[in-house]
Design a protein around this ligand. Structure first.
Ligand SMILES: CC(C)(COP(=O)(O)OP(=O)(O)OC[C@H]1O[C@@H](n2cnc3c(N)ncnc32)[C@H](O)[C@@H]1OP(=O)(O)O)[C@@H](O)C(=O)NCCC(=O)NCCS
Length: 273
């Protein structure tokens, strides 16, 4: 009876089940994997397939290492956790401390040089670009065990080389500009730029719907170059037609010129019509 009860509990708690010899790898490494791959596909216009994301995206690969490292860290296997995180760093050039807490669907684009400290927390659906640091301001041994790193809310965008330093909160939906140095709490929805970072815009979602962030400025409604070239040609033909019609009207109004003008004008009309 007791054994049956334990088995039931173990199925609900994969970590404990793993410690007793059941399969821990599947739930630990593959939970929400598809969501994370799809988050990459949705946010990077350069990504073409799930396989490409799995094989070629360090931001995705490092999350696999982090899951394993964080699982070990939470069970006080600190050295093993650090070692797994270190392997992830060797492969991806992204340094995530195994103690950091990371939500679902994080997308780390390019990733090189990203550093995420031990007590950092990241909400769901965030995007980080290369060179981002979620760090502490005064790293020293006497701060061990204290909260030293920022807490990032849901849906935040942290642009390339932004430095967010200190144990404060970055509100949901905030955008941190490239190379910004953020040293204080950031309100939800704020855009922070510069060093030290200042707020340049804050939109209240209920009052002003916020446009979706378009990585690399790519939007769905920009026509492709061939379509744009064709549109240009159509405009050109339209204006030439109008000009020819105008010339014909002028020529028709001038006695004596009509006969002369009608000769060359005809082939031109045939060419554009
Ligand atoms: C922070 C960011 C996401 C803000 O985007 P946004 O909310 O659309 O804001 P806007 O582009 O309208 O900019 C708002 C204001 O901040 C300024 N600004 C934006 N980013 C800035 C930056 N990194 N540093 C300084 N000023 C910046 C703009 O000039 C603008 O100023 P203005 O109102 O005086 O004209 C964006 O500017 C950014 O930094 N993107 C970089 C993304 C990135 O890292 N890409 C790397 C891909 S490899």
């Amino acid at each position: 009876m007791l054994a049956a009860g334990l088995r039931g509990r173990d199925r609900r708690r994969p970590g404990i089940a793993g410690a007793r010899g059941y399969n821990i790898v599947t739930p630990m490494l593959f939970k929400n994997l598809r969501e994370e791959i799809d988050a990459t596909l949705a946010r990077d216009p350069a990504a073409r397939s799930r396989l490409e994301v799995v094989l070629c995206y360090p931001g995705f690969q490092v999350l696999l290492f982090h899951r394993a490292a964080h699982w070990l860290w939470q069970r006080h296997w600190h050295l093993a956790g650090r070692f797994v995180a270190h392997l992830g760093r060797i492969l991806t050039a992204i340094d995530i401390h195994p103690g950091a807490r990371i939500g679902n669907r994080l997308f780390i684009d390019h990733g090189i040089g990203v550093v995420i400290g031990e007590t950092a927390e990241i909400g769901d659906d965030c995007t980080l670009y290369q060179g981002v640091t979620l760090g502490g301001t005064r790293p020293s041994a006497d701060q061990a065990g204290q909260k030293r790193h920022p807490t990032i809310g849901n849906g935040c965008i942290i642009s390339s080389n932004a430095q967010i330093l200190g144990p404060f909160k970055v509100g949901d939906g905030a955008r941190i500009g490239a190379a910004a140095v953020v040293l204080r709490e950031v309100p939800p929805g704020a855009t922070m730029v510069g060093n030290p970072a200042r707020q340049v815009a804050r939109r209240t979602p209920s009052l002003e719907p916020r446009p979706a962030f378009e990585p690399y400025g790519v939007t769905g409604d920009i026509p492709d170059p061939i379509a744009r070239a064709l549109n240009g040609l159509v405009d050109e033909v339209t204006s030439l037609r109008a000009r020819v019609a105008e010339l014909e009207r002028d020529a028709a109004g001038k006695p004596g010129v009509e006969a002369e003008a009608s000769g060359p004008a005809e082939p031109a009309m045939r060419a554009v019509s």
